[in-house]
Design a protein around this ligand. Structure first.
Ligand SMILES: [Zn+2]
Length: 383
């Protein structure tokens, strides 16, 4: 029943008062079925009137389903929910084992306390094991770049449909004040653009600031990028701290004006410097979609969600971000994405889920990848 009702959040009329009306109605009906049915003992298979028994079961389940819709997240309940089978299977088994040990556990209260502690231990071990297993699995995020009022709306609608089919919530890079003609795919400025962004946000997509004007300038000689980089142009690298601060503050302001929460940042052309990172942190932007590793890592007080390869591919394990530029996607690219999601969409996670994989500094392996990818790109440029 929970599975059938999991999409109810998408209905327009879903509000807290709607949930409360359903809960109260179900309570009334379940009380009526309880009143008219005889005593029930499931263990002895005494169910009374079958119709009343099942109706009572359905109303009772609905009460809890709709209460859970009002409570957004509750860690303890989530843990209990994941472990109901262990609790059901062992809550009678443990006291029975204790009975064999005889007198020291004869007291009901002591037995209950021991059962509770043993169950707690089992749940703790099980949660740790599955967390470790989860860390070793292959996960990926989808990132969509260059959303702006002159993007190719038709292409974006197409990718939106594919992602919706597989319930994928991507990260979208929105350019706050686009002045870059290379991202312009239609002459008309789309007045409904920010409403679209707001709808993405409502549907669970994560919105990142992607540059400011998205206009690249030549990187001054001798200026260091944050990660090893072969790019010659950037919007941020080499700019003064105050200028970068203005860019970021303006971007946040524009997002706020349109009720968009900026969850993170990534720079055009993967190019930014240490000043960009400190200005972002100073303005409460603590996530950057960039960097090299197989799990998110922290560097200079900011968390990096790595982006090692743009094209989706199945990896043995680790967290990867696959990047798309919907405005310039070809028919084959959509097919490739659709096929990839058909096979692997269960490995796709949202930005919020990816945060649980943050495990400290960039690993040695991550730094090795950064150097190798840098060398390969350098060699490719020389050809
Ligand atoms: Zn871009």
């Amino acid at each position: 029943m929970g599975d059938l009702l999991k999409d109810i959040d998408k209905l327009d009329f879903k509000t807290i008062s709607f949930n409360i009306i359903i809960i109260v109605t179900c309570v009334v009906f379940s009380l009526i079925t309880t009143y008219f049915n005889s005593n029930i003992n499931v263990r002895l298979n005494e169910l009374g009137n079958y119709l009343l028994f099942y109706l009572g079961g359905v109303f009772g389940s609905l009460i809890f389903i709709f209460i859970s819709k009002i409570i957004s997240t509750f860690k303890i309940l989530e843990i209990i929910g994941r472990n109901t089978l262990s609790i059901y299977a062992l809550n009678e088994f443990i006291p029975l084992r204790l009975n064999y040990l005889g007198h020291p556990f004869g007291n009901g209260l002591i037995k209950k306390a021991i059962t509770f502690c043993v169950l707690l231990m089992i749940i703790f071990i099980k949660e740790r094991v599955s967390a470790k297993k989860g860390e070793r699995m292959f996960h990926f995020l989808i990132r969509l770049d260059d959303a702006c009022p002159t993007m190719n709306s038709k292409s974006w609608e197409k990718i939106e449909k594919i992602l919706q089919n597989y319930s994928v919530c991507p990260i979208v890079g929105v350019i706050p004040d686009c002045l870059d003609k290379s991202t312009s795919f239609q002459n008309k400025y789309d007045d409904s653009f920010w409403t679209k962004v707001l709808n993405w946000q409502i549907n669970g997509w994560t919105i990142f600031i992607h540059g400011y004007h998205h206009k690249l300038n030549r990187i001054p000689n001798g200026t260091k990028t944050f990660f090893k980089n072969v790019e010659t142009h950037s919007e941020f690298v080499g700019l003064s701290v105050s200028m970068q601060r203005n860019y970021i503050r303006d971007s946040i302001r524009i997002f706020k004006e349109h009720k968009i929460a900026a969850k993170g940042f990534f720079a055009p052309g993967h190019t930014f410097d240490a000043n960009t990172v400190s200005v972002l942190a100073e303005n409460g932007i603590n996530y950057i979609s960039d960097g090299y590793d197989i799990k998110p890592f922290i560097k200079c007080n900011v968390t990096f969600i790595p982006t090692m390869f743009d094209t989706p591919r199945k990896m043995p394990y680790g967290l990867f971000t696959f990047v798309f530029h919907p405005s310039s996607m070809k028919e084959n690219d959509y097919l490739y994405l659709d096929n990839f999601l058909k096979k692997y969409s269960k490995h796709c996670i949202s930005f919020d889920e990816s945060i649980q994989f943050v495990k400290g500094k960039q690993s040695l392996f991550g730094r090795f990848c950064e150097s190798i990818i840098f060398l390969l790109r350098k060699l490719r440029r020389r050809k």
